[in-house]
Write a protein that binds this ligand. Structure first.
Ligand code: ZN
Length: 393
C-alpha cells in the first residue's frame, strides 16, 4: 500500500494552491502548483508523469500521467484551473477546505480539483500492478479561460486511449453531448458627420440595423434546419448580447459594434457558420457605404457528441443507474473526441455550485464517484482488450 495523504488532505492541498485562469491578466495565475501536487501523488502510485508546458506559455502546463501500456485503455481527465472568486461573497476562505453540513466548501471543490483527489484516493486502494491496458490521468491548464491546454493536446496528438471520462460536475449523471459555443463581434465603421445632411456620412447604426435583420433571418433558418431532441432547447441559438455605437442624436453614427453568441448542435460546424455569416456582410457594406468586420471574441468550442451506444456510455449508465443526458455548458469533451477517444462527461458535485461563491461538493457525491472510477478502471484497464471487445458485442 502506497502511503499517500488522505482524500481530504489531498483535496485541501489542491484547494490551497491557487490556479485561477482568466482572460483578465490581473487574475490570471500559473497552474504549476496543482500539477506538481498531482505529479507527486501519481508518481507514488507508479505512474510515469510528463509535464507539458503550453506553447508560448511556460507558466501553464498540462500533465499526462500514464501507467500500463497497450492500444486501448482509459483516460480520466480534468482541468486544474479555477475561475476567479468574489471574496466578499464567500462565507469562508475560498482557499481553505471547510467542511460544514456534510459539504466541502472551497474554490474548485466541485469544478474540479475535488475530482482528482477522488480519482487518486480510489486508485490508491486498487491493485494497479496487473494492468492489461493503460490508465492515463490527464490534467489540463486554462479550461476556464481559453481551453488552450486541451487545444495544445490536440496539436500534439496526445494522449491516446480508447475511452475517456472528464469529471466535470454533472451530479453523477453521464453526459454524452453538449452544444458548441462561438462568441463573435461585428464592427461597423461608417463616416460621422452632421445629422442635418445624411449625405455627409455613412451611418453605422443604419448598417447595424441591416446586419441584425440579416442575422435574425439567418438564425431563423438555422432553427428551421437543425433539431436535436436530446436537448431541452432543441435548436441552435444565437443571442445578441450587447451593442455599442454612436454618441449624439445630431451626429451621424460613425461606428457601431454588436456582440453575439451562437450555440450550435452536434453535427454543425462552427467554421461553416462563421463563413456563412461572413458571406452576408459585403452586400450590406455596399448598400450602406460602411466597412463591416466579423471578429472572434474567443476561440470557439466545438459541439460535443459521443454515440449513446458507446460502451463507456452504457457502462456509466449501469454504474450510476442514470440515463445519459446532455448539458448546457461546454467542456474539453470535443477536443478529447478529436483525439480519437470515446469521451463522456461525468463527475461529482453540481454545476449549480460551480462558478459561484461558496462553491461546495456534497460528501455524498464521493462514494458513488469512486464506484464509477473503480468500475471503469476494472473494465478498461484490468481486463484484456479482447475480452473487453467480446463483451461489447
Ligand atoms: Zn469545469
Amino acid at each position: 500500500m502506497t502511503s499517500l495523504p488522505s482524500l481530504l488532505s489531498m483535496m485541501s492541498q489542491l484547494i490551497a494552491t491557487p490556479s485561477i485562469s482568466c482572460s483578465q491578466a490581473s487574475w490570471d495565475q500559473s497552474n504549476k502548483g496543482v500539477i506538481l501536487l498531482l505529479e507527486n501523488w501519481l508518481t507514488g502510485l507508479g505512474f510515469q508523469c510528463e509535464i507539458m508546458p503550453l506553447p508560448g506559455q511556460p507558466d501553464k502546463v498540462n500533465l499526462i500521467a500514464t501507467i500500463g501500456e497497450g492500444a486501448g485503455g482509459l483516460v480520466l481527465s480534468g482541468h486544474t484551473d479555477t475561475v476567479p472568486y468574489d471574496e466578499d461573497r464567500w462565507q469562508s476562505d475560498p482557499f481553505k477546505l471547510n467542511e460544514r453540513d456534510n459539504k466541502l466548501y472551497g474554490l474548485g471543490t466541485c469544478d474540479m480539483k475535488g475530482f482528482f483527489a477522488i480519482v487518486i484516493d480510489t486508485l490508491k486502494n486498487m491493485d494497479l500492478s496487473k494492468l492489461e491496458q493503460p490508465l492515463i490521468i490527464l490534467a489540463t491548464a486554462d479550461e476556464e479561460s481559453s481551453m488552450d491546454g486541451a487545444r495544445a493536446l490536440v496539436k500534439e496528438g496526445r494522449p491516446k486511449a480508447r475511452y475517456a471520462l472528464i469529471g466535470e460536475p454533472t451530479s453523477l449523471t453521464p453526459i454524452h453531448a453538449h452544444k458548441g459555443i462561438m462568441m463573435e463581434k461585428v464592427r461597423i465603421t461608417g463616416q460621422a458627420g452632421h445629422s442635418s445632411n445624411p449625405a455627409l456620412g455613412s451611418n453605422a447604426l443604419d448598417a447595424m440595423h441591416a446586419v441584425m435583420s440579416e442575422l435574425m433571418i439567418y438564425r431563423n433558418g438555422l432553427k428551421q434546419t437543425y433539431r436535436d431532441a436530446n436537448f431541452v432547447i432543441d435548436y441552435p441559438t444565437m443571442n445578441f448580447g450587447c451593442i455599442h455605437g454612436g454618441d449624439n442624436p445630431n451626429r451621424i453614427c460613425g461606428r457601431c459594434e454588436l456582440e453575439f453568441d451562437i450555440r450550435a448542435l452536434p453535427g454543425m460546424d462552427n467554421q461553416s457558420l462563421y463563413q456563412e455569416i461572413t458571406a452576408l456582410l459585403p452586400r450590406i457594406e455596399q448598400n450602406t457605404g460602411t466597412q463591416i468586420e466579423l471578429h472572434h471574441l474567443f476561440p470557439d468550442v466545438p459541439s460535443f457528441s459521443t454515440q449513446k451506444e458507446s460502451d463507456i456510455i452504457k457502462a456509466c449508465e449501469r454504474l450510476t443507474q442514470k440515463d445519459a443526458a446532455t448539458v448546457a455548458f461546454a467542456t474539453e469533451g470535443p477536443f478529447l473526441n478529436q483525439l480519437g477517444m470515446e469521451t463522456l462527461i461525468l463527475g461529482p458535485g453540481s454545476i449549480d455550485q460551480a462558478h459561484q461563491p461558496n462553491e461546495f461538493m456534497a460528501l455524498d457525491q464521493i462514494a458513488p464517484m469512486q464506484h464509477v472510477i473503480k468500475g471503469l478502471v476494472e473494465r478498461y484497464c484490468l481486463t484484456p482488450s479482447t475480452e473487453n471487445e467480446a463483451s461489447r458485442v
